[in-house]
Ligand binder design. Structure first.
Ligand code: ADP
Ligand code: ADP
Ligand code: ZN
Length: 213
């Protein structure tokens, strides 16, 4: 299964990615997670990416595209993959198309999770993440059993520095101007499945499974 997850910040991509990985046994490739790991480890890439991420801007394509191509060429992607947060603009989508064509790889589905902009700020600002295992929670919509403690691994939960109202609003605008055009792009290619993301987390996953069946 070769899948792309598309949707605005806070739509539920990471949450559904965890479900999809479990169900379809494909590697989860999140460019945001890769950048955050590099920031944590203090790499050169991390230092460069951090400036953009803190302002809610896209990390430049020349830092992003090659990274994804080299990840896709690893062995565990041979039988499938799930891209989460890439591509995010037309340049990246065309880059990915060239990579896939050159390597004779087809896409199965682009899962487009749709959520109205006015719900996204509350979703992102209430998000809590586990830096240890990557699990995602929400203070109101998907709380951990014990406050600020990860259900999966027991580590403390944290808030992403870019999950504040100002930065989230900026990220939503970036999504609308740069990423949303990809909905059209993939609709024309006939591979898109539009999923209503304003439903219970389990119902959203049911709809995704139906779209992938
Ligand atoms: P994305 O990866 O698209 O930015 P996340 O999966 O991290 O989004 O979800 C953003 C926040 O919204 C998280 O705190 C998550 O727990 C919560 N969330 C995800 N899906 C839903 C949903 N269907 N209903 C309510 N809250 C949700
Ligand atoms: P969300 O789904 O909540 O927007 P992500 O974890 O996907 O969060 O991305 C966080 C940040 O990482 C983005 O705001 C952007 O700065 C950077 N980023 C992630 N993926 C890309 C990408 N494909 N191109 C450019 N920047 C990216
Ligand atoms: Zn954890």
């Amino acid at each position: 299964m070769r899948i792309i997850l598309l949707g605005p910040p806070g739509a539920g991509k990471g949450t559904q990615a965890a479900n999809i990985v479990e169900e379809y046994n494909v590697p989860h490739i999140s460019t945001g997670d890769i950048f955050r790991k590099n920031i944590k480890e203090g790499t050169e890439l991390g230092k460069k990416a951090q400036e953009y991420m803190n302002e809610g801007k896209l990390v430049p394509d020349e830092l992003t595209c090659g990274l994804v191509a080299s990840r896709l060429s690893e062995d565990d992607c041979k039988n499938g993959f799930m891209l989460d947060g890439f591509p995010r603009n037309t340049f990246q989508a065309e880059y990915l198309d060239r990579y896939l064509t050159e390597n004779n790889i087809g896409l199965d589905k682009v899962i487009n999770i749709e959520v109205d902009s006015n719900l996204l700020v509350e979703r992102a600002c209430g998000r809590r993440i586990c830096k240890n295992c990557g699990a995602t929670f929400h203070v109101k919509f998907n709380p951990s059993k014990v406050e600020d403690v990860c259900d999966v691994c027991g580590h403390n939960l944290t808030q992403r520095p870019d999950d504040n109202e100002e930065t989230v609003s900026h990220r939503i605008n970036v999504y609308l101007s740069e990423t949303k055009p990809l909905v059209d792009y993939y609709t024309k290619k006939g591979v898109i499945a539009n999923i209503d993301g304003d439903q219970d987390i389990n119902k959203v996953f049911e709809d995704i499974k139906a779209a992938l069946a």
